[in-house]
Design a protein around this ligand. Structure first.
Ligand SMILES: Cc1cc2nc3c(=O)[nH]c(=O)nc-3n(C[C@H](O)[C@H](O)[C@H](O)COP(=O)(O)OP(=O)(O)OC[C@H]3O[C@@H](n4cnc5c(N)ncnc54)[C@H](O)[C@@H]3O)c2cc1C
Length: 416
């Protein structure tokens, strides 16, 4: 397993439970802290369902922050309000969950694990071992020198800039689609009076920001800027950043000045999606961001990485249980089936995200007026809301299931 993000850790857990032996290589040095503070905190309801299926939800439930509402304001007017409790699914609320908490829970061994998982970190995969047409393992650089690890299957769970994708040749026909904007991530103290159980999207002309309640009591903000626009923003100084934030959320003006005092309080995410036509080749498979990088809209990345792992594990375990002669063919078939089963959901999420991205970038007065009309139509029709949001939030669930017991306290509002 190359990469110890949500996808790699979830697959390692599922495979060891099915009796497979896994070696997981992660390039991050655990001694240098827990990793990026901004990424992968929003988990969609389907992500919660998948964690429950893995038996991991109970471990993180207390640390997760339930979100009750999504609210979109355009040009200062509320145009869409979604109450997640209104959807007829068992897992209906998204949650905020710090990625280190999620990764630690996925890495925790459970009682019934017939397989083993050996973790090497820091270990950076720098090459693949190849025999004929098949990948047979990896070469990795570690503090103790280079190691070679042979494997019946090598999994590229190494994220949006996947080395396994590039080294295996699977990147050759991949299509990277740059979106029209980048996102600056930062955290602010929660503005007075804000409901900490709400996702807020604020739009003003062609500019928008996501304001998400974080588990540490702050608000995680994704502020969109034009593609490559960071240099211009920085040239305007922190004052310009504070002004942009205040234009979108006037109530957050003071929090912006208080919370962002240095550019090191921010992180830039280059937004693109990647479509990889083939997710596997003999002896190697990609999953999560390595197979399909998505944009941050509606917090879909972690969810899809977990869904990949849950789908892939039994297929791989079954193929690896065959005798040596039948195994390679069974594995090739299993990996192809994995892509066929997972790709439609990924496509639907990508299409929804791209439609939403286009809506965000409209600037002309007629186009922004049309955008507001569309959001209001969605606001007025529960059936339409469900049709639009179900592919992103509830793809693996059937309607009319009783709700999961509430896992956290009722709505909190910060004192004004
Ligand atoms: C700023 C930011 C905010 C985001 N917010 C959200 C959100 O709120 N909700 C959401 O669902 N998604 C979010 N995402 C996307 C989400 O983080 C990813 O979609 C998700 O983590 C994908 O999981 P993964 O396991 O496929 O890859 P990753 O989480 O990227 O994990 C890949 C792992 O591989 C390791 N690695 C890379 N190369 C090598 C190598 N050569 N050798 C060994 N190890 C290697 C990396 O260190 C990393 O730990 C965000 C992303 C960013 C950058």
């Amino acid at each position: 397993m190359v990469g110890g993000g949500p996808g790699g850790r979830a697959l390692a857990l599922a495979l060891t439970r099915l009796g497979c032996d896994v070696v997981l290589l992660e390039k991050r040095n655990p001694a240098r802290g827990t990793g990026p503070a901004f990424r992968g905190e929003s988990l969609s309801p389907d992500g919660v369902r998948l964690l429950a299926g893995l038996g991991v939800w109970e471990r993180v439930r207390e640390a997760a922050h339930r979100v009750d509402r999504l609210e979109i304001e355009d040009a200062g007017h509320r145009v869409l309000g979604v109450r997640f409790a209104d959807f007829p699914y068992r897992y209906r609320h998204p949650v905020e969950l710090a990625q280190p908490t999620l990764l630690a829970a996925l890495a925790e061994p459970t009682g019934s694990q017939p397989g083993t998982c050996t973790v090497l970190e820091p270990a950076t995969v720098v090459g693949l071992l190849v025999e004929g047409p098949a990948v047979t393992g990896v070469r990795a650089s570690t503090p103790g020198g280079t190691v070679r690890i042979s494997a019946a299957l090598t999994v590229g769970a190494d994220g949006r800039f996947s080395a396994v994708r590039r080294l295996s040749g699977l990147a050759e026909r991949a299509r990277q689609l740059p979106l029209e904007r980048d996102v600056v991530w930062l955290k602010l103290p929660t503005p007075a009076g804000w409901d900490r159980r709400a996702y807020r999207v604020r739009i003003a002309g062609g500019s928008h920001g996501l304001f998400l309640p974080s588990t540490d009591g702050t608000v995680r903000v994704g502020l969109n800027i034009p593609k490559g626009g960071l240099r211009e923003l920085r040239a305007g100084g922190l004052g310009l950043l504070h002004t942009r934030l205040a234009q979108l959320a006037p109530e957050a003006a003071e929090s912006a000045r208080e919370g962002v005092r240095n550019w090191s309080d921010t992180a830039l995410l280059d937004i693109f999606t990647t479509e990889v036509p083939r997710w596997s080749a003999p002896g190697v498979v990609l999953l999560g961001d390595a197979a399909h990088t998505l944009s941050p809209v509606l917090g879909q990345g972690v969810n899809h990485a977990l869904a990949d792992a849950v789908e892939l594990a039994p297929l791989v375990a079954e193929a690896l249980s065959r005798d040596r002669r039948a195994r390679n063919r069974a594995l090739t078939t299993a990996l192809q089936l994995f892509q066929r089963r997972r790709e439609p959901d990924v496509r639907r999420s990508r299409a929804l995200q791209l439609r939403q991205e286009r809506m965000f970038t409209l600037t002309s007065p007629p186009a922004t007026a049309l955008r507001r009309t569309l959001y209001r139509a969605l606001d007025a029709s529960p059936a339409l809301r469900r049709r639009v949001l179900a592919p992103a939030y509830f793809p693996g669930q059937s309607p009319s299931a009783p709700p999961e017991a509430a896992h956290s306290s009722p709505s909190e509002v910060t004192p004004a």
